[in-house]
Write a protein that binds this ligand. Structure first.
Ligand SMILES: Nc1nc2c(c(=O)[nH]1)N[C@H]1C(S)=C(S)[C@@H](COP(=O)(O)OP(=O)(O)OC[C@H]3O[C@@H](n4cnc5c(N)ncnc54)[C@H](O)[C@@H]3O)O[C@H]1N2
Ligand code: MOO
Length: 410
């Protein structure tokens, strides 16, 4: 009899970390095309950002101690001694008792240590009445306060989000060293599966959902997907198509045929692709127990369970980790999650990790997670949900009102 030798979710993650290493190959990419790419080298700042002391407000550059004691009822007095033009160097140093107008973002005159907002003073014919006191450094960004010259601002393995791209732009970096882009090939299996464009179905046929859900997730992770079509449950055709796709891509994703039925050839096909082959077949998880993970001659192969909700949840949990490692991305952080309170008691078996689809609602400032009950063959259970709640294997379930981690759908 066939059976699964199941691994826990935690064991599966450790096996992925042990077996999957980053692809070879780096390239230089123009900064404006580098979104979601992974840095292949540390980036060290060659200059300070900002390059000069700047005002964060529209106001008057002052010596802070010249404003001490100023208030609405007891204004102080300074001499308005000119202004700094935006984008120009502030050449004239500030003298005691004087104030120089500086626009937001403008350069601070030498000697000045703070800026008094225009709302808090009044220029009456060159005499500046000050209605507030400021502290040294108030309303000022110092040269190098954002980034210091010589500092390593980003480490190899960092995925470039818009904010990292912005920091690199501030330094004038025009191109970045990144790992080359990876390509995954995808193949659906099943005699009943037909292209999603099929207009009218014959009895027993099912449109291919998993290709588009998998390709959609991969796209969000910055990975190109080659669509390999659909193969029948026939070993010869299946293994030939799988090998051809495996050779064209950095990673192969198969959907369906992962279980232990008579026509489930996925394991055999994967084993034929290369050594060492399958390292996980069966995870103590619901949904997605029959998942297959393998490495064939250095390339990862992912065998997703056919049920559409299982395929998506498994790909989100383990596929993302595999592809990120392959991309050279640092996988130290876990998927983005928030805490919410569960609206119902949910039982689960200890030793198995359960992932419950939930819809999030906000009531009186708190997030509540309402389970969307339905079989893993139903794609709309994911359409109705905002995320999945993880009940880890140590738990026997969760009780109404418990705070639970929700992995958000992206
Ligand atoms: N005796 C057992 N049977 C099953 C077990 C088990 O442990 N013992 N596990 C069940 C679980 S859990 C799942 S999940 C499924 C996984 O099955 P397979 O990976 O072998 O997938 P298929 O049998 O090919 O398909 C399952 C189901 O999903 C539909 N499907 C498949 N591919 C697609 C696609 N690309 N788009 C849309 N729908 C798809 C397919 O038509 C089937 O209905 O095994 C259970 N069985
Ligand atoms: O993954 Mo299976 O979906 O638990 O039915």
């Amino acid at each position: 009899m066939k059976f699964f030798n199941v691994k826990t979710v935690e064991e599966t993650f450790s096996l992925i970390d042990e077996k999957i290493s980053k692809i070879n190959g780096t390239e230089t990419c123009p900064l404006k095309e580098a979104l979601h790419r992974v840095l292949a080298e540390d980036i060290t700042a060659k200059e300070n950002v900002p390059a000069f002391d700047r005002s964060t407000v529209d106001g008057y550059a002052v010596f802070a101690r010249d404003t001490y004691g100023s208030s609405e009822s007891m204004p102080g007095f300074l001499t308005a001694a000119g202004e700094v033009e935006m984008g120009e160097e502030a050449v004239f140093p500030l003298s005691r008792g004087n104030a120089i107008y500086v626009p937001t973002g403008g350069m601070l005159p030498p000697n000045s240590d703070s800026v008094l907002m225009i709302e808090h003073c009044e220029d009456i014919g060159g005499l500046l009445n000050t209605y507030r006191q400021v502290a040294p450094g108030e309303n000022v960004i110092r040269a190098g306060e954002d980034i210091k010259a010589g500092e390593t601002i980003l480490k190899a393995g960092t995925k470039l989000r818009p904010q990292e791209i912005g920091a690199l732009a501030s330094l004038g970096v025009r191109e970045v060293p990144v790992y080359r882009k990876i390509t995954a090939a995808y193949l659906s299996t099943g005699d009943e599966i037909v292209p999603y464009e099929t207009e009218s179905l014959e009895t027993g046929q099912v449109r291919d959902i998993n290709f588009l859900t998998v390709a959609g997730l991969a796209d969000e992770w910055g990975i190109d997907v080659i669509y390999g079509g659909i193969t029948a449950d026939e070993y010869g055709e299946f293994s030939e198509r799988a090998r051809e796709l495996y050779e064209r891509a950095d990673c192969l994703i198969l959907s369906g045929g992962s279980s232990v039925g008579a026509k489930d050839y996925t394991t055999e096909v994967i084993q034929s692709l290369g050594e060492p082959g399958v390292f996980v077949h069966g995870i103590s998880i619901k949904p997605g127990k029959p998942t297959i993970l393998a490495v064939a001659d250095g390339k990862p192969v992912i065998g997703l369970p056919g049920h559409p909700a299982s395929a998506m949840i498994i790909f989100r949990l383990f596929g993302e980790r595999i592809l990120k490692r392959l991309k050279g991305e640092d996988t130290g952080s876990r998927p983005e999650r928030i805490y919410a309170r569960i609206t119902k008691n949910i039982a689960s078996s200890p030793g198995r990790s359960d992932y419950i689809r939930v819809r999030l609602t906000e009531t009186e400032g708190e997030w509540w997670a309402e389970p969307i009950i339905g079989k893993s063959g139903l794609i709309t259970t994911l359409v109705k949900s905002d995320g999945i709640v993880e009940i880890n294997s140590a738990k026997e379930g969760i009780s109404q009102g418990d705070y639970v981690p929700v992995i958000l759908s992206t």
